[in-house]
Design a protein around this ligand. Structure first.
Ligand SMILES: [Zn+2]
Ligand SMILES: [Zn+2]
Length: 1009
């Protein structure tokens, strides 16, 4: 008998111990003993760490000075209403927004969230930033205190109603006695509309609590002083009391507003912002866990509260940890699964990872993390192939938005890296294609200094390099790829200072030292443009930095935050964007200035077809990309943007001007076949326009839409955007060639009067009529010009076949082009330009879409091929380039080449995990000559199946072309795999085995060698 009992006891003890061993964990899952010790050592060793420690202590001051009671009472419960707009209503009739109760819509100019409550000095009050009136008019604090229930939570129905009056008008017969009074559910005005001062205040209060908690938790890490841990734990324990019941839905159902993506789901906040506040709570919890050991004052306080209110048993560390684990972390886990916590992709996955690691309890934590990777869960692997491209951007079209996903996923990767207990997945190792995200912004910058303003990003002509050296450094830490170190160094203004500094590491500046060494060895940024065929950006460059010239053509997504501007281009020269996109719209809403103008096709440098904007699509297709020294050319097919056309294609050249000024010129050949109306729209930099060749008559009034159509009105019976062109002048029978000159206005993005900076456009197209007009970019962005000067070249007729040919010449002081002539036979199938420089050089530009057909020009020039360039001086050749051709000859000069490489894809790597290689049915040179060139694969799919070649290796009668750590998979079929033997039969690929491919070749010759 005795034996049995002891056995039973042993089991009990064992259970108790194993339960204890996780509930009573000593440290957080992420902030381990080692990390915290390193941090403390670093704070002794380094002055910068000491400074940081002082800042952290300072930040926590206001919260650590609050009494335990005050902190505990700070946390509102489910019945304390909350919302993010005082009047915005999803149900009420009438205007959506009313603004301030006193000054109305005036308050809107202070932004979307104009009120900033002062929680200490003006509790429960909102001050209007516009008229300075303060609401609510009642003493809500008193009412709140009167309405606390037995669980310590606010319940308006229990409050003392006699307190609900305007304190400045206490007399009940005063007509203002009830004016501006809010019981938590808003002041209801005469029209029955609610003004929810308290709702808005409580939303902000939750963020105030979250910030205060985070400050306390940081201060505990740095100081080890348990007072910070106690204060933080009091808040966390209280949040855990109320969190299971928190539900945003009842407020959403009333028509109130929050970040729920219109789904009425959420808990404290709408489901989107819920991800952030819970991530922050869980992170704070992880930080303070070691500070809750032997924290006697903490447990006696919690015990006291549990005696005062019906909130369950409290008073030990085990009970506290159990409460926060259950009430906060496990509740959050369930809420992620039920989508009450659900943000943009990456957000809720990060929340769950942070919660799982803070819980640090096996096998539970790892099962949660598994969910992040599960197809029916967080689906990181699926997203990695379906919404992520080989340039590290997501399915958004504007640079800023397109980079968000990469940033979020890198945070998940970082969290998981800091939690070695989870071994099943490693984002960085499993998806090598992900790592390009760290370089995406850096690579988008033309000449390394200017990210083109595409879609909803930047402002008109803003020059920003976009690259964040700290983020690139993360990529280096993950991969140790020297190219990342070099990029981080360059992005950090050629310095490794503080890069990768990690206060939790034994040597916090180890990474910075590594980067310094690697970057010094690798040298500066390589000159020359490149193709980002995943994102959809073709960059050609000549020269470097502010002395260089670049063209950027965006042919990627025109969905999401993009504009319908496929193949729009901008020209960067002398440190300025000279054909600037409007940038971020005036308001990113569906109003004419955005829908018809900034966010539509005709405000861009494009051909507007059939008086309709482009269709929104995933992107265009590369037909050719070649960047050589001093010469670059690309051809992009954008036909899908105008499905009614047969051809919608742009070919652009960037050619070194050789004038000793680091200058270049641009040739634009825009081919459109099909349709009845083609309008080539182009605008230069802001400033005065002059022209030569046109005979203009000013339109008396109105806009391009008509004499009696006012500026800026929504399209109605006329094409979208036409009402935004004003000051219209027309030439009804323009000559086949004319010149427009823009003189950049002083003040435009730093342009000075001395700059005397111009852009000339040499138009070489036969059109029906030409108009010059002004158009305004968004007027509410700092530094935006008042207006831009547009040229509109128009063709009209049945089944049009147009080739718009233009040459763009940026210059300072004096132009360098003397004359331009077309010397082809004029039938548009072959194009030849003769460009005479002021220094006597003559350039021949040859463009022949029918590669095999001989192109024979006057003055002895002939070519069989696609692209030819010949420069002569005094009738002697000085430079010649042949792209995709067999011969280019001029007198004695006879350039020969093998012509374009073509063949078929025999086999492709179908593995979705980042290794892009194909076998082709051709024997290709292994000498490295194809490295860096584009492998262009034919596809019927929506994505551009063009890949940069990393290496070429012969394999029997085939050649293996490796395109680096990318994947060809772009999505999953809906149906499950039909062939169980083929693990990849369920994937959709960017192209198919058997597809045709091509690689452009070139030959160069020059006397300068
Ligand atoms: Zn006001
Ligand atoms: Zn745009």
């Amino acid at each position: 008998m005795k034996h049995t009992i002891s056995c039973f006891l042993t089991i009990l003890t064992l259970t108790a111990i194993s339960h204890f061993s996780f509930a009573q964990r000593q440290y957080g899952g992420f902030y381990t003993q080692e990390k915290i010790q390193n941090l403390k050592n670093n704070c002794i060793k380094y002055d910068w760490a000491k400074d940081l420690k002082n800042t952290v202590i300072n930040n926590a001051k206001s919260f650590v000075d609050k009494s335990d009671d005050e902190l505990w009472s700070l946390v509102p419960g489910q019945n304390t209403p909350r919302c993010i707009d005082v009047t915005l209503d999803r149900i009420a009739k009438g205007p959506k927004v009313l603004g301030c109760l006193k000054c109305g819509l005036d308050v809107l100019k202070f932004g979307n969230y104009p009120y900033n409550p002062e929680f200490v000095d003006k509790p429960w009050k909102l001050t209007c930033p516009s008229c300075k009136s303060i609401f609510p008019s009642n003493d809500f604090g008193k009412f709140y205190a009167s309405a606390i229930d037995e669980r310590g939570q606010f319940d308006a129905s229990k409050g003392d109603k006699s307190l609900l009056f305007n304190t400045e008008h206490p007399d009940p017969s005063d007509p203002l006695h009830k004016y501006g009074v809010d019981d938590g559910y808003g002041f209801i005005d005469q029209k029955g509309r609610a003004h929810r001062f308290i709702g808005y205040y409580v939303w902000k209060k939750w963020d105030y609590i979250s910030k205060g908690l985070a400050d306390l938790a940081e201060a505990y890490l740095y100081t080890g002083d348990k007072i910070y841990a106690r204060k933080a734990a009091i808040i966390l324990d209280r949040i855990a009391d109320v969190y299971p019941e928190m539900d945003w839905k009842p407020y959403a159902d009333r028509g109130w507003y929050h970040s729920d993506g219109g789904r009425n789901m959420g808990k404290i906040h709408g489901s989107i912002w819920e991800t952030q506040i819970i991530t922050s709570f869980a992170d704070s919890y992880d930080k303070i866990i070691s500070g809750t050991v032997d924290n006697i004052e903490l447990y006696s306080f919690l015990k006291k509260q549990s005696e005062k209110y019906k909130i369950g048993a409290k008073g030990t560390r085990a009970l506290m940890l159990q409460n926060v684990d259950d009430g906060l972390l496990r509740t959050a886990y369930k809420a992620v699964l039920s989508t009450q916590i659900r943000g943009n992709q990456g957000m809720h996955q990060l929340t769950l990872a942070t919660c799982a690691i803070a819980l640090d309890s096996q096998p539970e934590s790892n099962l949660w993390i598994d969910w992040i990777f599960a197809t029916d869960g967080g689906n990181i692997p699926g997203l990695m192939i379906s919404t992520f491209d080989r340039d590290g951007t997501s399915n958004e079209g504007a640079p800023g938005y397109a980079l968000i996903w990469g940033r979020l996923v890198s945070q998940i990767a970082e969290r998981l890296e800091g939690y070695p207990a989870y071994k099943k997945h490693n984002i960085i190792k499993e998806f090598p294609q992900f790592n390009t995200t760290f370089l995406a912004a850096y690579r988008m910058a033309a000449l390394g200094i200017a990210v083109p303003n595409m879609g909803d990003s930047g402002a008109t002509g803003t020059v920003s390099n976009g690259a964040d050296p700290k983020f690139i450094t993360k990529g280096y830490v993950f991969t140790k790829d020297p190219e990342f170190a070099k990029a981080a160094y360059i992005a950090n203004k050629n310095s490794a200072d503080k890069l990768g500094r990690n206060i939790f590491a034994k040597d916090p500046d180890e990474i910075s030292k590594e980067i310094q060494n690697v970057a010094e060895r690798l040298g500066p940024r390589k000159d020359g443009g490149y193709l980002m065929s995943g994102f959809g950006l073709a960059l050609l460059e000549n020269g470097s930095g502010n002395n260089g010239v670049a063209i950027a053509n965006n042919y990627g997504r025109t969905i999401m935050h993009a504009h319908p501007d496929l193949m729009n281009f901008d020209l960067f020269a002398f440190g300025k964007w000279l054909a600037p996109d409007h940038g971020y719209p005036e308001f990113a809403t569906n109003i004419p200035s955005n829908r018809d103008w900034t966010g539509s096709t005709v405000s861009h440098n494009l051909v507007f077809v059939n008086e309709k904007p482009q269709k929104e699509i995933w992107g265009g297709q590369t037909r050719l990309f070649k960047q050589l020294k001093g010469f670059g050319v690309f051809e992009i097919d954008g036909q899908k943007a105008y499905p009614e056309t047969k051809t919608y294609q742009r070919t652009m050249f960037l050619v070194d001007a050789e004038s000793g000024e680091n200058n270049s010129y641009v040739i634009d050949i825009f081919k459109v076949e099909g349709g009845m109306d083609h309008l080539y729209s182009f605008h230069g930099p802001p400033g005065e326009l002059s022209n030569s060749g046109l005979n203009l008559t000013a339109q008396k009034a109105g806009t391009y839409a008509g004499e009696n159509i006012e500026k800026g009105i929504a399209a109605n019976g006329f094409p979208q955007g036409y009402s935004f062109f004003y000051n219209v002048q027309r030439d009804q029978s323009p000559p086949p060639a004319f010149i427009i000159d823009w003189k950049t206005e002083t003040g435009y993005r730093g342009t000075t009067a001395d700059d005397n900076l111009h852009l000339r456009m040499h138009a070489l197209s036969k059109v029906n009529d030409v108009a010059l007009a002004d158009g305004d970019p968004p007027q509410n962005k700092p530094g935006n010009p008042k207006k831009l000067g547009y040229v509109l070249m128009h063709r009209k007729g049945e089944d049009l076949n147009s080739t718009f040919i233009s040459v763009f010449e940026p210059y300072k002081q004096n132009p360098f082009i003397k004359s331009i002539k077309r010397i082809d036979n004029g039938d548009e199938s072959q194009i030849a330009l003769l460009i005479e420089h002021t220094n006597g050089s003559i350039d021949h530009i040859l463009y022949n879409p029918e590669y095999e057909k001989l192109m024979k020009l006057p003055n002895n020039v002939s070519m069989t091929g696609n692209i030819g360039f010949l420069r002569t001086k005094n009738n002697q050749p000085t430079k010649a380039i042949l792209v995709n051709g067999s011969t280019l000859s001029y007198g004695e000069l006879n350039l020969k080449s093998e012509g374009r490489i073509t063949g078929k894809i025999v086999k492709m790597n179908k593995n979705p995990s980042g290794s892009g290689w194909v076998l082709v049915d051709q024997i290709l040179p292994e000498n490295g000559s194809l490295n860096g060139e584009q492998l262009i694969i034919s596809t019927k799919g929506e994505r551009d199946a063009t890949y940069t070649i990393k290496s070429v290796k012969r394999e029997g009668k085939y050649t293996k072309i490796d395109c680096g750590p990318i994947t060809f998979a772009m999505g999953l079929k809906n149906k499950q795999s039909e062939d169980p033997k083929d693990p990849y039969s369920n994937y959709i690929y960017e192209f198919e085995e058997g597809a045709a491919f091509s690689i452009a070749t070139h030959t160069e010759w020059s006397t300068n060698k």
